[in-house]
Design a protein around this ligand. Structure first.
Ligand code: OAD
Length: 267
């Protein structure tokens, strides 16, 4: 490690040990858990066209014409995340929460890895793949791992029959006890964020001293407005990323490198 980086690391570590930290995380924190990020060479949107796969209309229309493609996409995402384990970066944030120096995580991730690492105070901006949400009453219900595996294996078995495939696909959209329609609790492009998520995030930022951005490109709004809000509130801004991003310009401290290697220095 070069001398300059170790000086910044020490400064950031001192800041973090003082507490009142809010972490703002993106897909980069899960890359070392083998969950690919969205952008960049091996990003999900390189493999699957976001215009088709990142919105409900595109997914629905593609399902009608080429159902196997949509099933392949859903299977790919769920299997990747089901097979992923929290990595040292997630565990470092969990240990910081346990020590009382991390107030909240605001995450754009839908992979549930922060919760699995042990964090309890997680604000999810883009939902969570392991939950269904009722469009009528807003009730959320957990999708158990086995339930997901059963749906995936049934889809695989029914690949030859469009009707059976469609029926299995619909198990991701069951009825709620209020008879309302449920759907996977994730935010696709063009959709609103979960009710109250931005307000909770603003309030978490108001109450923090340090805003720690980890593994996000900061290009998707409204989430990307939060670092700018923290800047306006004169919070200390730290960026951990393996490359420069659109947020680098507002950071007081920039730590270039892998999230796990850097975050474990703070535990
Ligand atoms: P991106 O894929 O846009 O950015 C991931 C960031 O993580 C990049 O800046 C990488 O340089 C960085 N990175 C990758 N590996 C890393 C590592 N090991 N350590 C540190 N940094 C690393 O992902 P997000 O910023 O999360 O939204 O994307 C934001 C939103 O765009 C997502 O929530 C999703 C997506 O479309 C929706 O689907 C609504």
């Amino acid at each position: 490690m070069n001398e300059n980086k170790s000086i910044i690391l020490k400064q950031v570590s001192d800041l973090i040990q003082k507490g009142e930290v809010v972490a703002f995380t993106g897909a980069g924190i899960s890359v070392e858990s083998r969950v690919p990020a969205f952008r960049g060479e091996s990003g999900l949107w390189e493999k699957y066209d976001a215009n088709t796969y990142a919105n409900l209309l595109g997914l629905g229309a593609t399902f009608l014409i080429k159902p196997k493609k949509v099933v392949g996409f859903i299977t790919d995402i769920y299997e990747t995340i089901l097979n992923a384990m929290p990595n040292p970066a997630h565990l470092a944030l969990a240990s910081m929460e346990e020590k009382g120096i991390l107030n909240n995580i605001i995450t754009q991730n839908i992979d549930n890895l922060h919760q699995r690492a042990g964090n309890r105070k997680v604000i999810e901006l883009h939902g969570n793949l392991f939950f269904l949400r009722c469009l009528k009453c807003g009730n959320r219900r957990e999708l158990k791992e086995q339930e997901i595996r059963d749906i995936l294996s049934l889809m695989d078995k029914n690949l030859h029959s469009r009707i059976k495939l469609f029926k299995t696909f619909l198990s991701l959209f069951p009825k709620c006890s209020c008879k309302g329609q449920m759907r996977p609790d994730i935010v696709l492009f063009g959709e609103e964020l979960p009710e109250g998520a931005m307000e909770l995030s603003f309030s978490a930022i108001d109450n923090c001293k340090t805003f720690l951005m980890v593994g996000t490109s900061g290009v998707v709004y409204p989430a990307a407005s939060l670092p700018r809000y923290a800047r306006r509130c004169n919070k200390k801004i730290v960026e951990i990323n393996d490359e420069e991003t659109s947020l680098s310009a507002i950071a007081d401290y920039k730590l270039l490198g892998k999230a796990s290697e850097i975050l474990k220095c703070f535990t």
